[in-house]
Design a protein around this ligand. Structure first.
Ligand code: ADP
Ligand code: MG
Length: 325
């Protein structure tokens, strides 16, 4: 292990062997580029997401949480495609090479990478404002990927897990929550260490007609799925599955609002033919993930919220970095 603090020593020390050791990595970190061997008969699925300090995580965020989230948000995109994750690349820009920070960052990244059998195969390291870009690659049998565009009016809209928890956790972060309250701690963990639903995505192949992961808020992301499918969506607000922690901490009205509009859940939102809810629930149960029906796709474009028998239109478009209004 090199003792230096230069870029090469740093890569050697923290990123040389990170995550799973996979046979399909012919050459990983260390040369000019990685050599990878995708399996025959599969499509390569690739996604990339960037986290910027102060935009995607608070300045106070723990390094391990940043490492975890940078990979988690990307694995969530693979999950939404029904892809099995395999490889990751990491572009890390940071103001200084703080060895303790890097060790914690790598630890957070590594735990999630190992849990999903992902190998870190390369990347880039540069100086600048703290910015973390991760690219992930995975596989799906040819033609089996879950797309946003496959939904049809009359199909059911379903969601995994309990949306709103991460947004609740972030709100508590801002409010400096009371330490020691189990509900607050649960919600903060859900923001800091989101669980990408990779197994669920793989198991929903052949069951879901369309799928998206919730990063910018359930209602807005449901609108994206519906628009890609050329239809609209009705969401039954009373049917949203809310966690006991979210309800206890924020009350029903605010909990519903967090579930609809809050971001960072990284749950899967998907459509299925009417009558296949049992199939979806049975497919997910071995991975310990629940899913609930929360509405349906409809002919009329847009996002229609049904609450107490009254229908309102949801108009916010989720988080938009370049919004002008
Ligand atoms: P080059 O100048 O050829 O781009 P680099 O010094 O950027 O070489 O990278 C050397 C090796 O280290 C490459 O294999 C690259 O993929 C890997 N690498 C650099 N930074 C990282 C990182 N943050 N995480 C993982 N691998 C990295
Ligand atoms: Mg480079």
């Amino acid at each position: 292990v090199p003792a230096g603090s230069g870029e090469f020593a740093l890569i050697e020390r923290h990123f040389r062997r990170l995550g799973a050791q996979r046979r399909d990595v012919s050459l990983g970190v260390g040369d000019d580029a990685a050599l990878l061997a995708p399996p025959a008969g599969m499509q390569l699925v690739a996604a990339l997401d960037t986290l910027v300090e102060g935009v995607h995580f608070p300045r106070s965020a723990a390094a391990a949480s940043i490492g975890h989230r940078a990979l988690a948000v990307n694995l969530s995109d693979l999950a939404a495609m029904g892809a099995q994750p395999a490889w990751a690349m990491l572009a890390l820009t940071m103001p200084s090479a703080d060895d303790a920070w890097l060790a914690e960052f790598a630890r957070g990244f590594e735990a999630l990478a190992c849990a999903h059998d992902v190998a870190l195969v390369g990347g880039d390291t540069t100086r600048g404002p703290l910015t973390v870009s991760v690219q992930v690659m995975g596989f799906v049998p040819v033609g089996a990927a879950l797309l946003r565009s496959g939904g049809k009016p009359g199909e059911l809209l379903c969601v995994t897990g309990t949306p709103g928890d991460a947004a609740g956790g972030l709100a508590l972060e801002d409010a400096r929550a009371r330490a020691g309250d189990p509900a607050s701690e649960y919600l903060q963990q859900r923001f800091r260490y989101p669980a990408p639903r990779c197994q669920a995505g793989v198991r929903l192949r052949g069951i879901a007609s369309a799928c998206i992961d919730i990063s910018d808020g359930l209602a807005g992301d449901a609108g994206k799925l519906a628009a890609a499918s050329g239809c609209g969506v009705r969401i039954a607000v009373e049917e949203l599955p809310l966690s006991p922690a979210l309800l206890a901490t924020f009350g029903e009205d605010r909990a519903r609002q967090l579930a609809l509009e809050g971001g960072d859940d990284y749950e899967l939102l998907f459509s299925i033919a009417p009558g296949r809810l049992g199939d979806a629930q049975r497919a997910l149960s071995p991975s310990g993930i629940e899913c609930h029906r929360i509405g349906e796709l409809c002919e009329s474009a847009g996002v229609h919220l049904v609450h107490g028998g009254v229908v309102t239109q949801f108009s916010a478009q989720g988080y938009d970095h370049f919004a002008t209004g």
